[in-house]
Ligand binder design. Structure first.
Ligand code: 8ID
Ligand code: ZN
Length: 350
């Protein structure tokens, strides 16, 4: 396959809104030591991409930036020293583009807290381009039975919620509460939780998300625009509080509520990162209920392979719409208005 010298990429030069995203002709990057060049076919759009565009996190992003970190494509070039992948392999390009491999965290397979980690679509250019560089050790192999468009949302949303559910420590038959259940991460969290035999209270809004989440196995749906006292509603539905909570909602409000509905002794996992959000939990209740608060940042390489295996086995099915690459600014608008149930996956060929 011949690789062109230049390509079209979705770039922004300054933080701001969807109008800042420009489709520009840029050089096809060269894979360095231990890296591969991936011809991206599909990429999911994660709410993190919107945070990156808006510049609303305390970690500075690279500028100009090509966003995107739910890429799925084909290895078309190997950099020096790559032995674990070959040309033609189908791989995913994840948020965790690379880690140093040598620090105390990498040695313990906690690559997502490696201080030298590079994040795709944030610290290095990501998947909103036709040709993207990925570290060969971190690119996730996609099984033949899983199509690239299906694999795309797993590369961030799937891996992240799968790992976060492990952190929550909810046993089979116990309740997990998921605010933000109707979004990209949320609709997958409901499915992984069901596959792990957890009972799910899903919180989000609107009939479309309610129907989707119930069809995916959520036993209880609570609409945050309709339920007057969410804390009481969750406690009632779970007969005393959720055995674990995954906060996936992009509203800081969920962080104020979660300690209230948490069952004593349970874990609340922070996954979403609304701009400027603080832990609004009452320290009194955190203490006397002996709650655990646990941050969870994507997953390691094994979590990534395991998350994809659930899809290969048919236990998890991403729900998504495919839109042309050129519509990325429209996706950001829709995401900002919380109108997306599941994920939007961009088709790079359009
Ligand atoms: O590794 C990580 N920790 C990680 C990985 C990937 C993404 C963290 N994230 C973060 C993103 O940066 C973002 O802050 O997780 C968050 C959710 O990402 P997403 O699933 O891609 O976002 P979405 O598809 O827009 O879904 C958000 C949902 O929250 C609902 C919305 O209706 C939407 O369905 N929501 C809102 I806004 N307010 C709510 C509320 N009060 C609410 N749901 C329940 N209660
Ligand atoms: Zn993401």
């Amino acid at each position: 396959m011949s690789i062109p010298a230049t390509q079209t990429a979705a770039v922004f030069h300054e933080h701001g809104g969807p109008e800042n995203v420009k489709f520009e002709e840029i050089a096809v990057p060269e894979p360095g030591q231990g890296e591969v060049l991936v011809n991206i076919k599909y990429t999911g759009v994660c709410h993190t991409d919107l945070h990156a565009l808006q510049g609303d996190w305390p970690l500075p992003a690279k500028l100009p930036l090509v966003g995107g970190h739910e890429g799925a494509g084909i290895v078309v070039k190997l950099g020096p020293g790559v032995t674990q992948l070959k040309l033609g392999d189908r791989v995913g390009v994840k948020w965790l583009n690379s880690s140093c491999g040598n620090c105390e965290y990498c040695m313990a397979s906690q690559e997502s807290i490696c201080p030298n980690a590079k994040f795709s679509g944030y610290l290095v250019d990501g998947s909103f381009q036709h040709y993207c560089v990925a570290n060969a050790a971190h690119a996730t192999k996609i099984p033949e039975s899983v199509s690239l468009e299906v694999a795309a949302p797993i590369m961030c949303a799937g891996i992240t919620v799968y790992r976060a559910l492990k952190e929550a420590g909810v046993h089979p038959g116990e309740w997990v509460c998921i605010p933000g259940a109707g979004g990209g991460l949320g609709h997958l969290a409901v499915q992984y939780a069901r596959a792990m035999s957890m009972r799910v209270v899903a919180i989000d809004t609107g009939v479309e998300k309610e129907e989707l989440l119930k069809s995916l196995g959520a036993e209880v749906f609570l609409d945050f625009k309709k339920v007057p006292d969410m804390v009481e509603a969750v406690k009632e539905a779970t007969n005393g509080g959720a055995h674990g909570t995954l906060v996936l909602s992009t509203s800081p409000k969920s962080y104020e509520q979660a300690a209230g509905w948490a069952r004593p002794g349970s874990t609340m996992v922070t996954v979403s990162m609304p701009a400027g959000a603080k832990l609004g939990a009452d320290i009194f209740w955190l203490t006397v209920k002996m709650l655990k608060v646990c941050g969870s940042h994507v997953g390691n390489r094994l979590d990534s392979c395991e998350a994809v295996e659930y899809v290969a086995r048919g236990q998890v099915k991403p729900v998504y719409k495919v839109w042309p690459f050129s519509t990325l600014p429209d996706v950001y608008h829709a995401m900002h208005e919380n109108k997306i149930a599941g994920r939007i996956v961009l088709d790079l060929s359009k």
